[in-house]
Design a protein around this ligand. Structure first.
Ligand SMILES: *[C@@H]1O[C@H](CO)[C@@H](O)[C@H](O)[C@H]1NC(C)=O
Length: 595
């Protein structure tokens, strides 16, 4: 089926190639012509159409058909190259397998090379300003404009894939990614777009170009606005910070166009609202906007697994866990080509059951992940053991698992990607070390601690009954620690963890003064903490957010700045810095309100 549609398209597109004036082409593409016979050229319009077809195949779960359609032309046509490398990059990001990441990286390199052949040698702005007046070169110019956009997109893809490997981003530079080059190209493209539009240009190719500019400029502004200053410095973006609102508005405009990239702009916004805001932000996302963006695609691709996945994730964030579970199941049933999408669903289902403290079901999904997904065996086994730690001895024995042995496996499963380990993995390894002793001291509510690591309390907080349930569990743990006849060296750390999590539940239940008391207890115990040094800066940050909620901007800023400036070398430091950056920027923009 895929091959057939590929053939049809190849036949259709050979003829339109003749439209391109060969002489004009030869002037500028002599290099390219040395390598490619004329008959194997594909024109811009057809290549965009095929790329769009491939995108629709992906959205209809026909992943290998999409690849089959793009592959034959992926060395000659920039849109085929871009589409092909995008799908592989997406797959690599999901499987997280070294060989997939390497393969995707190699394909992106090929794609960059393909785009490069179509790019103008001199600076695009220079040459285009002079070309703008010459009518005859319109077609050629369009192809060059698209080459710039595709090239920049490939660079961005490369950067994103590196980001997937390592969220602390320093590998951006180490990997030698020319993220600044990509940004500069987008800015040039934006300039060119305004030039051409001012001249009254309006063609299908131009609208497609516009879609690309909005996607790129929007994504860049949004991405850079998320980065704390110290990371921007490392990226040599000195004195520059993206404008979040401008980025969001560009993406909104991009999503509203009828271009190939409209859905990519929509997906970028969806990803931002449903994941980035939660993990690297304060957890305040605009779900209304996410729902509005997804709506048209729900009708167009009712069985599309990516669409179903987002609609399920939105239900999670709304605190509607039953609906979410049902949607994730639908998503799993929708396709079987890409098992990785099942893994994403398992991960989410595991959390849905954890929020409701349905530990046996949560365990089932943790086990599935551990068995099937390669993303991070260390995190999965830790997660499994953490969930089992929440169950009664009798329930654990029914699973046939040995919790202590599972914790002992964590360190051995550590993986390195591009020479770096994943922060959450390092955290799990450090926590699991307790079990290397002959008579281990059990971790206290480890599954709830992991929930906090992934900012799960701001999700479960939307569901008061579930939050009450968690509070009861936390208070039981608190009671046990207080009455423990033989406290260990870990007791103060455990008590602080319990207070932090208790404070979070109380905050979401609207009991703000009690929450403040819990957080203050952690801060008062700072000197007694021996291992979990992350607790203090994270608590300062949470206390800051609590003051923000109460309308005390000055106090909120003071606590969050304290967390930012006075602590270092603790677990998940860069994750907190992202959240701090998001909190401080929202404090700067939020009007001073009275409680
Ligand atoms: C969320 O997005 C919608 C639609 O874009 C907008 O009307 C609304 O003001 C936004 N809400 C917030 C809180 O930003």
């Amino acid at each position: 089926m895929g091959l057939c549609s590929g053939c049809v398209c190849v036949c259709v597109c050979v003829c339109p190639c003749c439209h391109l004036s060969t002489s004009v082409l030869q002037d500028c593409f002599e290099d390219a012509f040395d390598q490619i016979p004329v008959a194997s050229r594909m024109d811009l319009k057809t290549s965009i159409e095929e790329c769009s077809m491939a995108l629709n195949l992906v959205l209809n779960n026909k992943f290998s058909e999409a690849l089959d359609l793009l592959k034959p032309w992926s060395k000659e046509s920039m849109y085929h190259a871009l589409g092909y490398s995008s799908i592989l990059a997406m797959q690599a990001a999901m499987t997280f397998e070294h060989k997939d990441i390497q393969a995707a990286m190699a394909t992106i390199k090929d794609a960059l090379h393909t785009c490069q052949r179509f790019r103008k040698k001199s600076s695009m702005v220079e040459s285009l300003s002079s070309l703008v007046s010459k009518q005859s070169s319109d077609r050629l110019k369009e192809e060059e404009m698209h080459a710039e956009i595709c090239y920049a997109e490939c660079l961005l893809q490369k950067a994103t894939l590196t980001f997937v490997q390592d969220e602390n981003m320093i590998s951006f530079i180490k990997g030698g990614i020319k993220i600044r080059t990509s940004y500069q190209i987008y800015k040039d493209c934006q300039h060119v777009l305004s030039l051409v539009e001012a001249r009254g240009g309006d063609s299908e190719a131009l609208r497609q170009f516009e879609g690309g500019v909005k996607l790129g400029i929007g994504t860049f502004n949004l991405m850079l606005s998320l980065l704390p200053a110290r990371i921007l410095r490392l990226l040599e973006f000195i004195g520059f910070s993206g404008n979040r609102n401008f980025g969001l508005s560009q993406l909104r405009e991009g999503a509203a166009t009828h271009s190939l990239r409209a859905i990519l702009s929509a997906f970028t916004l969806l990803f931002y609202h449903t994941y980035v805001c939660l993990i690297l932000g304060t957890g305040e996302s605009n779900l209304t906007e996410a729902e509005t963006l997804l709506e048209p695609y729900l009708h167009k691709f009712p069985k599309g697994s990516l669409i179903l996945f987002y609609s399920a994730r939105i239900a999670v964030l709304r605190g509607n866990f039953d609906k979410a579970q049902q949607k994730f199941q639908e998503c799993i049933l929708a396709q079987h080509q890409w098992r990785q999408i099942h893994h994403l669903c398992y991960w989410e289902l595991m959390w849905c059951h954890s929020f409701l403290q349905q530990w046996e079901q949560a365990y089932k999904y943790a086990e599935l992940l551990y068995r099937e997904s390669r993303w991070s065996k260390a995190i999965y086994v830790y997660q499994k053991a953490a969930i089992l730690s929440m169950m009664s001895d009798e329930e654990v024995s029914r699973t046939g698992e040995n919790v202590v042995e599972l914790f002992r496996m964590v360190e051995g499963l550590k993986q390195r990607l591009a020479g770096k380990s994943i922060p959450t993995e390092k955290f799990a390894i450090r926590k699991a070390r307790r079990y290397s002793a002959a008579t281990p001291v059990k971790l206290v509510i480890p599954a709830l601690e992991m929930m906090y690591v992934w900012n799960g309390f701001s999700i479960v907080g939307k569901h008061p009954d579930a939050t009450e349930g968690l509070l009861i569990t936390i208070e039981k743990a608190e009671e046990q620690l207080c009455t423990d006849p033989s406290p260990s060296e870990y007791t103060p750390d455990d008590q602080c963890l319990v207070q932090l999590l208790k404070g979070l539940c109380l905050k979401h239940l609207g009991r703000l003064l009690q929450a403040e008391l819990c957080f203050s207890q952690v801060l008062a115990s700072e000197k007694r903490i021996r291992y979990d040094h992350y607790l203090v800066p994270f608590t300062l940050y949470e206390l800051g957010l609590l003051y923000k909620q109460q309308g005390d901007v000055a106090k909120a800023t003071r606590f969050i700045e304290d967390a930012k400036l006075n602590y270092k070398d603790y677990s998940m430091e860069s994750r907190l810095h992202f959240r701090i950056h998001a909190a401080l920027s929202s404090l700067k923009t939020s009007p001073v309100s009275t409680p």
